[in-house]
Design a protein around this ligand. Structure first.
Ligand code: FES
Length: 280
């Protein structure tokens, strides 16, 4: 049995934005029903490039539905440029986490978004989605470019991790030696820990968005289980000021909660250097 977060369960049992948009400005379809997961993303985009509506149709497990639903919630109201910066890890953060074995659902959401952005801009199909390119895993139709991209962006080091994120290697296994070669090649180019995301510092707006998402979707639901709550008061650089509410407000262990839950989760989902301070 998978250990799903409350947000995943909520979006699985009550998904938002399911269905098609009849007059969509862009439709992007990724995955394949034959391979077990498929996602069709519909976007309505106004003349300023703002995504005014987003819907999806998906075939897959509960976390595929939750990831697709999360993606549509995340892109609505953003410009195409802003939406194009969303990563699969941002989808995971919005969901408050996904079981490792289900990370491929967040990657599928990101693939659909990448394809939608490329189609909207009139660009050619991104390499990682171009099945005319080199296919490494024939069972799941996974390209060399997708495997390399996912390794780089998610610091992957093992075949098992690549399988979790792409499904490649998860059936007959005949592609595993080639996946091992790719991992070795990628680790030579960018030693573990030097992902694109780490090299690029967050902008203030992006940091604020991620902090809000992590508080709303990960931290607050945890505190509410014990009658507590949290309010985001301010953000100054990488210092996040919060106030604990409800049963957490006068708890003698509030400092432990701030460090062990709030700061730990913000460091996990937003940025390593985040410091959490209680607002007085
Ligand atoms: S070719 Fe990759 S699992 Fe079969």
């Amino acid at each position: 049995m998978w250990n799903y977060t409350d947000k995943v369960k909520e979006l699985y049992t009550n998904p938002r934005n399911v269905g098609a948009i009849d007059n969509a400005d862009v439709v992007a379809e990724v995955g394949s029903i034959v391979c077990g997961d498929a996602l069709k993303l519909y976007l309505k985009i106004d003349d300023k490039g703002i995504i005014t509506d987003a819907k999806f149709e998906t075939f897959g497990c509960g976390s595929a539905i939750a990831s697709s639903s999360a993606l549509t919630e995340m892109v609505k109201g953003k410009t195409i440029e802003e939406a194009s910066k969303i990563t699969n890890q941002d989808i995971v953060a919005f969901l408050g986490g996904l079981p490792e074995e289900k990370m491929h659902c967040s990657v599928m959401g990101h693939e659909a978004l990448t394809l939608a952005v490329a189609k909207w801009k009139g660009e050619s199909i991104p390499d990682e989605l171009d099945t005319e390119g080199e296919i490494i895993c024939r069972c799941f139709g996974v390209t060399d470019a997708l495997i390399r991209k996912v390794i780089r962006e998610n610091h992957l080091k093992t075949v098992e991790e690549v399988t979790n994120y792409t499904k490649a290697g998860g059936a007959c296994g005949s592609c595993i030696p080639r996946i091992e070669d790719i991992i070795e090649e990628e680790l030579k180019v960018a030693p573990a820990g030097e992902s694109e995301k780490e090299k690029r510092p967050l902008t203030n707006i992006r940091r604020m968005q991620l902090v809000e998402e992590t508080i709303n979707n990960v931290i607050r639901p945890e505190l509410q289980k014990d009658g507590g709550n949290i309010e985001l008061v301010d953000i100054d650089g990488s210092v996040v000021y919060v106030a604990l509410r409800g049963s957490c407000a006068n708890c003698v262990a509030s400092n432990v909660t701030l460090k062990n839950l709030v700061e730990t989760k913000l460091r996990e989902f937003v940025e390593e250097g985040i410091e959490v301070v209680e607002a007085k």
